[in-house]
Design a protein around this ligand. Sequence first.
Ligand code: WT7
Length: 641
Amino acid sequence: MLHETRRFPPPAELAADANVKADAYDEAATDRLGFWERAADRLDWTQRWDTTLEWNPPFAKWFIGGKLNVAYNCVDRHVEAGRGDKIAYYWEGEPGDTREITYGDLLTEVSKAANALTELGVGKGDRVAIYMPMIPELPIAMLACARIGAIHSVVFGGFSADALRGRINDGTAKLVITADGGYRRGAPNALKPTVDEAVVDCPSIEKVLVVRRTGQEVDTHDRDVWWHEIVDRQSEVHKPEPHDAEDPLFILYTSGTTAKPKGILHTTGGYLTQVAWTHNAVFDLKPDTDVYWCSADIGWVTGHSYIVYGPLANGATSVMYEGTPDSPHRGRWWEVIQKYGVTIFYTAPTAIRTFMKWGQDIPAQFDLSSLRILGSVGEPINPEAYVWYREHIGGDRCPVVDTWWQTETGSIMISPLPGVAEGKPGAAMRPLPGITADVVDDQAVSVPNGGGGFLVIREPWPSMLRTIWGDDERYKDTYWSRFEGMYFPGDGAKRDEDGDLWLLGRVDDVMLVSGHNISTTEVESALVSHPKVAEAAVVGALDPVTGQAIVAFTILRGDVEGGDELVKELRDHVAKTLGPIAKPRQIHVVAELPKTRSGKIMRRLLRDIADNRSLGDVSTLTDSSVMQLIAAQLPTAKSED
Ligand code: WT7
């Protein structure tokens, strides 16, 4: 185990004025359902529920009998309370064009879009696929669906026509909402041609609604309708109908790394309750003074929950940015933080490690003094990346909250509360109040402090997935069959001597070396703790002696040169940090690592390289040339793509 002794207590003012304090843990432990009822009471219900939870394992229903409208909660109620002029989104286009959208503007736009959807024949329960760039019409489209009770299925704008087609057909969507394109890396990136290619084989699609963003040429078909032609002429008045707490809100596909994507189904009342509560608690949101920015794409669950539904339900002012972090220069994000005075920033470890590689001089050129809280999500954050983030972005004053959750959980499940916990680099700390997470061994027995095993959730939570769209059996098999009566997210974890949780990534990524379980995350963190390493990916390769042997791929920081000397230094460093058993058999210095489009390292492909196998399916890679690049750099590996 890594020995991490650095501790960062919460700033005194933050602790004194925190939205949620330590007593919330006791409150929820004493009466978990009562705790979630009070969280649900932060929303506006047209009819209060009569049963808080109905649990027929593994099927949960929350707030049964309750009725509410998600769009009303995210928009109308703030306008009715006199906050119509408050900014909901400062939107920043990649080329530098901007839009300011108030809650009043959102109400007008969402109402018109809802009327347009109705005119297009979309009604309650219908599925709407959304394939868009990061422009304001994306949250507007989602809220318009929520308003009328249509189920949105947002597909990340970087996915191929095949991926889009599969998701449209699985959900039998009636409508696709898209744009001509969006800006990425300094150029217009077309989306409409991908939709045209996809929908040729989508029999359920009746119309394609197209926002004009870039102005690039598009082919037009009978099924196409321009957003500005239909939405702009609609009435600005739309009455939100109440929906049942358990009516579906959205489907979001999660691919894992290999199998057919799973359509994760989320519903209305429980989802909104928990995203709003966690956004308020984990980011300590003060809606009158904070400027909040989550850098994720809305195509992922992070964007659904923490760019759209959580922040809007809480009446936050957010920044929304269209493009990539390096266009037109590598300080673009820090420039955005400086420009809008961002106070809360939420991003992913993969981005943090990229910035480490680019060097601390870049953020140092900007005024980041407005920041007060930093968040991380998506992967385990290595202690070194945590400390770099805290120092070079957070000015050594901002708490870092490492938030563990999944598409399936809907909201944050394990995270420190920034006004309560002492920060511990690399640890996600404790389950949030109301969440009963545990670490168990393969016999489902809770492990003691200092032990490791499988992460499980023991009791249902409001924003949990309800099923996999159209496939209850797969839902049961995937999440509920490993341990009787417990939700198994597929992640490994350890509980340290203080009882705090460390997430170790997918259990499929654990290596078995000479009979010892070693997590890839820990070896990666040990490598990244060396001052010359920016990023590392570790896999278990077949080994005749040890069963599996550790093979590492590393990216060096800034201008550091590789070579045998350095490789030896790194191997010794790992042995010193974790023990000789964890010393990698090989360390390859590479220029890039293969990642999924959401930034997760595809260890499966690196295992293929380490074992000298031909490469498996590379279609979910961000950049498939990365694999040729790595293979070409390594004398022993070959690639057949
Ligand atoms: C998987 C879920 C949650 C939004 C983004 C990803 C890994 C996520 C952490 C974290 C360690 C993490 C897990 C999880 N993960 N956050 N803070 N520490 N691992 O959503 O694509 O559904 O992926 O991401 O392995 O199961 P997702």
